[in-house]
Ligand binder design. Sequence first.
Ligand code: GDP
Length: 369
Amino acid sequence: VIEITNCEGCGVKLQTVDTAKLGFIPEQALTRVPIICQRCFRIKHYNEVSSVALHQDDFLQILGHIGGTQSLVVHIVDIFDFEGSLIGSLPRFIGTNPLMLVVNKVDLLPKVSNLNKIVNWIQRQLKEQGLKPVEIVMVSAKKNIGFERFMQTLDKHRAGKDIYVVGATNVGKSTLINRLIRDYSDLEAELTTSQYPGTTLDIVKIPLDDGKFIIDTPGIVYKHRLSELVAKKDIQALLPSEAIKPMVFQLNEQQSLFFGALARFDFVRGERQSFTCYVSSAIKIHRTKLEKADELYAEHRGVMLKPPTLADIELLPPLAKHPIHIKKGSNIDVLISGLGWIKINSLAGAELEVHVPKGVKLSIRESLI
Ligand code: GDP
């Protein structure tokens, strides 16, 4: 019998059950020396970080620790789920350390988007949230957009300090850090993992040429994001893989749209108008009459209405209904965190009801695009 102990790299308790959780080690690797978790193995042998996730309390413990350091905090958010991926409590935890906001996945914005307008939009959203970054940078970690400016800005605000990188899960933090390692760090130097004193929360330290570090922290899991509630294979369907192609629906009142079996959008009352959907092309949008929507969902969820498929539908909490009143002359988005948004440019106003799995964040905002 092999006794399972702690990882000799990062010190985390080892486990052979869940590949997505901290401390995973494949059973056959338990006989190797030294015994290290899969994450440390990849860091050691491939100089590559992988995503690990933490729940809120553990994550806040890390943030609290940053407050006591002299560092630059780099917060990565996902432009596709701006509200859902923003860590609103950040200013309370990082003390007087400067904050830099990196808005990732700009490659997902429709081709015609005006980036300056979007930066202004972001600034207004941040002001409402009470976040005051020293700089906002737009990048695509996957398509390598904006990295020159990102690196220059990083250097400018770092002033010889360590850099803490924080973000929610699936915002592209590992993709971005691995690009930094590949393209900008001293490849001879080894990445190391270590723990916060008194915790089992591990971090990855990427050495910089001046003896300081980029410190990768685990991603925070926000259960208010639909992308965190679905099965792993459905995450890929929810996250668009290329620039979003907006889908326009002209609806009469008493018509509904289903987004797979993930959400339902009812146009209850108002003049005929258009609703523009910004969601991944892998999500099937199905239009129906409002009076038939309950029955359709009961009969066809997981089959005609998917994702998710029938096998995974129980992972989702039941749909909860939210009434929304759209004022005359408004130009807004209804954001369903993790799924996307519906743009409404309404001269005459509208009464809506939006159904999302219980707990999923729904917000109304000034139109992004
Ligand atoms: P982490 O959980 O924050 O470390 O996120 P990952 O780096 O694992 O990325 C999560 C998902 O987002 C993956 O499917 C990535 O391919 C995708 N992704 C990361 N960066 C980008 C980007 O700049 N653009 C797009 N379109 N997708 C990205």
